[in-house]
Write a protein that binds this ligand. Structure first.
Ligand SMILES: C[S@@+](CC[C@H](N)C(=O)[O-])C[C@H]1O[C@@H](n2cnc3c(N)ncnc32)[C@H](O)[C@@H]1O
Length: 261
């Protein structure tokens, strides 16, 4: 608990107790030849992901959630959205689909033979019908905060929720490019603003959040900031060192008021 293990996540998860984790948030390699992965055939990649998703499902508590963040596998100009390719693997583990969150960002590569990609997705599944979902901590301001019912029983009362509205399933959040304040030497960080609302909504204080592909430690940092426990696996020792440095810098002095959600 509260460590990042220098270990392959599949063998690591296979040594964990079944039903021991409250929430899994992760972003796996996409098999696109990044420095931390060895590109392989799409079939081999999907077979590996199938094993990972099965292992995640085993360690997840009844009542728990998985949030799986992915983009595209691209092969010689052919674009395969990974959420579509992986969806059936969650269903075959009896996981229940709740949302497909579209993460929209403004910056990225400029394509010349197709539209430039400006979104990735987060697939959210629960293990059972009874699950943690805290909407209040992730409400966002109403468009018209003072708007009231103008007729009927509720005439004169506020028509929107006074604490703000449900943020919906399209989130506009900057990706972590070179000038982003969270940027480290890891080539593919996801932003804290993707992870924090998921942790707030899908877990409670003192719960355990697992990231099998911890990278620069974004899930660990967000979990610690929000008083959750974390655990993770990462193959590259250099990224674990980056994550440990972030833990010291970004957890101490964190103020919730500064975040978007
Ligand atoms: C897309 S990155 C995750 C980045 C992370 N979300 C962050 O914000 O920094 C995937 C990470 O998984 C790691 N990885 C790849 N295969 C792994 C495996 N079998 N077990 C554990 N980690 C692995 C890579 O080294 C890489 O850091």
């Amino acid at each position: 608990m509260n460590t990042i293990n220098h270990q392959d996540c599949l063998s690591g998860m296979n040594t964990m107790k079944a039903e021991s984790v409250d929430l899994i948030i992760t972003s796996p390699p996409y098999n696109i030849g990044k420095s931390y992965e060895k590109r392989t055939s799409l079939d081999a990649y999907l077979a590996w992901q199938r094993e990972i998703i099965k292992a995640c499902s085993r360690v997840l508590k009844t009542g728990g959630s998985i949030a799986y963040q992915v983009g595209n596998y691209v092969d010689n100009g052919k674009v395969y959205p990974l959420d579509c390719m992986l969806f059936a693997f969650f269903l075959e583990n009896k996981l229940i689909p709740r949302n497909r969150i579209v993460w929209h960002f403004e910056h990225g590569l400029h394509c010349t033979k197709r539209l430039s990609g400006r979104h990735e997705t987060v697939l959210w599944f629960t293990k059972s019908e009874d699950y943690t979902f805290n909407i209040d901590p992730i409400r966002v301001p109403q468009k018209y905060p003072g708007k009231k019912h103008y007729k009927g029983d509720k005439k004169g009362e506020l028509s929107g929720h006074p604490m703000g509205k449900n943020p919906g399933d399209v989130w506009q959040i900057s990706n972590v490019k070179n000038n982003h304040p969270e940027k480290t030497d890891h080539p593919c960080q996801f932003p804290l603003d993707i992870v924090r609302p998921l942790i707030k909504a899908l877990s409670n204080p003192d719960d355990l959040v697992l990231d099998p592909f911890m990278g620069s430690g974004t899930v660990a940092v967000a979990a610690a900031q929000l008083n959750r426990n974390y655990m993770g696996f990462e193959l590259c020792h250099e990224y674990i060192e980056i994550a440990n440095r972030r833990m010291g810098k970004e957890v101490f002095g964190f103020s919730e008021q500064l975040t978007m959600f």
